[in-house]
Ligand binder design. Structure first.
Ligand code: IVH
Length: 649
């Protein structure tokens, strides 16, 4: 019999304080932890090395591991990994070390024993020396073979691996749990651990569990002597095994980055990568401590989940009056950013999750996805807390709320702020410098009651706003003035026709070409372009006299928006519509002011400096650095003659 994992000489674990022991017990044995996995990792990393594990629970038989079931040493930084590599090189007397790298599955460790090709025993890690006998539960997992495949298998094979739950399986299971009035699990790892420890194997069979084998603890008979080959051999025997990448130390960092970038696409949680010396001969030479093998390292990712507390539940009012609950959180760094507020979507979702003031919640930010609250940590719920009561009056205007919507329309200040913010946004009129704070002040100060009011703002009024310096006030007014000639689709998106977003606005603009044509169109005409639901909204919108008045005022204020064909011909008057143009050099035929006026009349926004966002540069004689920069950014240049020929005055 060969053994890959060395028996510890003595248990040298230092005594731990009772709280740490409690966390360890919760992490390894119970499935209702009191601190987050990320916090637990940080705590363990801050302690001197010790044996980590948990005593087996009562209701399963005890199994003594023939070979102690160890954990892994954790690394969190590049320096940690380089220190590991240095030690390995020192131990082996070479810098030429081949590593096998693989995902670190976030589940629960198990050990499976096959004798004569049959699965005879399965256990959890327990305290590393004694585990729980979960054989019958393990037998219910579809990916665990009862019998090894093929004719050629080792007489005895002990495989260690991870039982885990996929994200989809977890979401599905939790939804069912909530529907049945049961407590949901906080994450797939806890769900996997809890499912594996069901007293009734029939219950385990209902849980969507998977198994992957990642190390051979004992083997009798022929077996490969490279870790990567062993993993292939497991797969041939019918035991799922991790994909292998064989790399040098540089490749480790590349693999880590790739896995971190792709972790959300895998369908199951991984919390890092595991680096293993590939040669089993070298592994034996390097050996183990009584806590972990010295030939392997777990290199953890930045956590995607953290726990924090709910400090408030705000109700936001959208531009069409929809009330959205938003959790205000004690700021927490997760998935690469600080999160302090998270949408709870709507009353139904909030009720379903039963998130309360003072609750400890799990905040998840995976990749570029917006952060969400995935669970409430019930063991931490403060005593005497009550479910959140959704308001029956609008928190902004005290107006009536029907079907979770404020019915006051633009008479409600919050709806007005949201409408103006949307009007100014990039996909609408593209007014720079008009964010939430400015919109709020304009509405509160009664300077803007409707969209046309924006075009009546004076420098004095804007300068009077909080946090507005003279230059930024002028910039805002310039940007408002420039928005007068945006493409029609943007205007249609901006003015707040219900159900008309970017895509419907594009279709309408393309088909009708002018605002007047959209306003005069019959429901039948509109239906052919945007379908019956949207066409109904468009007709209703323009039938209302205050909307007609709003459009009339916009037109009187000089707003001229037309459709720009996406394939605008080069000689079209429209190539400058909505484009950022920089003028540089000297011109003999016109003054700069005249050129600026001409370009503005053609719908361009004339700006001072060349940046990535510049669309064209109009270059005269001796153009200088601006032209050089434009060329380096690949921005097209146009001469003034070309403009005049194609667009005579
Ligand atoms: S190798 C001797 N490989 O992570 C221990 N472990 O945090 C050998 N884990 O106890 C472990 N994925 O439960 C290994 N690809 C992988 C793993 C992996 C997940 C778990 C395992 C281990 C824990 C340490």
């Amino acid at each position: 019999m060969t053994s890959d994992l060395k028996t510890p000489v003595a248990n040298d674990s230092i005594p731990t304080d009772p709280q740490i022991e409690r966390y360890q017990h919760q992490y390894h044995s119970l499935d209702a932890p009191e601190i987050s996995d990320a916090e637990y990792d940080r705590l363990i990393a801050s302690l001197p090395q010790q044996s980590v594990g948990a005593s087996p629970l009562g209701h399963f038989g005890k199994i003594q591991h023939n070979v102690p079931m160890l954990s892994l040493q954790n690394a969190f930084t590049k320096e940690d990994v380089l220190a590991f590599h240095k030690r390995i090189c020192h131990d082996l007397g070479t810098t030429n070390v081949e590593y096998a790298v693989e995902p670190k599955y976030d589940g629960v460790a198990v050990s499976l024993l096959y004798q004569g090709g049959e699965l005879v025993r399965a256990s959890t890690r327990g305290d590393g020396l004694f585990g729980e006998d979960v054989t019958e539960n393990i037998r219910t997992i579809p990916s665990v073979p009862q019998r090894l495949l093929g004719e050629k298998y080792p007489d005895l094979l002990e495989v260690r691996g991870e039982v885990y739950m996929t994200r989809a399986g977890f979401d599905d299971f939790n939804l069912r749990a909530i529907a049945n009035g049961d407590k949901p699990f906080v994450n797939p790892r806890n769900a996997a651990a809890g499912s594996l420890r069901q007293v009734d194997p029939k219950e385990t069979a209902n849980r969507p569990l998977e198994m992957i084998g990642y190390v051979v603890a004992q083997v009798q008979g022929d077996f490969p002597s490279l870790h990567s080959e062993r993993m292939k051999a497991l797969a041939i025997l019918g035991l799922p095994a991790p994909p292998q990448a064989l790399v040098t130390i540089d490749g480790v960092f590349q693999y880590y980055q790739e896995m971190q970038d792709h972790r959300t696409t895998l369908g199951f949680d991984i919390d890092g990568i595991v680096i293993k010396v590939n040669s089993i001969h070298f592994q034996d030479q390097i050996g183990s401590t009584n806590h972990a093998p010295r030939w392997a390292l777990s290199y953890k990712f930045t956590p995607q989940e953290e726990w924090t507390t709910v400090e408030g539940i705000d109700i936001q009012v959208g531009r069409f009056g929809t009330l959205t609950p938003v959790a205000k959180l004690k700021p927490v760094f997760v998935g690469g950013t600080t999160v302090s507020s998270v949408t709870l979507h709507n009353e139904a979702r909030l009720k379903e999750k039963d998130i309360r003031l003072g609750d400890t919640v799990v905040v998840r930010r995976a990749g570029e996805v917006v952060p969400q609250i995935t669970a409430v940590v019930m063991v931490r719920r403060p005593e005497g807390s009550a479910p959140f009561v959704f308001p029956t009056q609008c928190p902004s205007c005290s107006g009536e709320v029907r079907s979770n919507k404020c019915t006051a329309g633009l008479a409600c200040p919050a709806q007005r702020v949201a409408a103006i913010q949307h009007f100014a946004s990039r996909s609408a009129m593209g007014i720079d410098g008009l964010g939430a704070a400015v919109a709020e002040q304009l509405v509160k100060g009664n300077l803007v009651r409707s969209f046309p009011d924006l075009y009546r703002l004076t420098l004095e009024q804007v300068e009077g706003l909080e946090g507005m310096a003279e230059k930024s006030a002028q910039n805002l007014l310039d940007s408002i003035a420039l928005s007068k000639s945006v493409p029609l689709s943007k205007l249609l998106n901006a003015i707040g026709i219900p159900r008309v977003g970017k895509s419907a606005a594009n279709d309408l603009a393309e088909h009708f070409s002018s605002l007047e044509a959209v306003m005069c169109a019959t429901k039948e005409d509109l239906k052919k372009v945007v379908g019956s639901v949207v066409s109904h909204e468009v007709v209703e919108f323009f039938a209302q006299s205050h909307n007609q008045e709003m459009v009339r005022q916009l037109q009187n204020l000089g707003i001229r928006c037309f459709h720009v064909a996406s394939q605008a011909p080069e000689n079209s008057l429209h190539i400058f519509l909505g484009k950022k143009v920089v003028i540089t050099g000297k011109f003999s035929s016109m003054t700069r002011a005249e050129i600026k006026e001409k370009l503005t009349a053609l719908g361009a926004r004339v700006v001072d400096n060349v940046s990535k966002k510049t669309d064209y540069v109009v270059a005269g004689q001796d153009p200088g650095v601006k032209l050089e920069k434009a060329k380096s950014l690949g921005i097209p240049t146009i001469s003034i003659e070309e403009i005049l020929v194609k667009n005579p005055v």
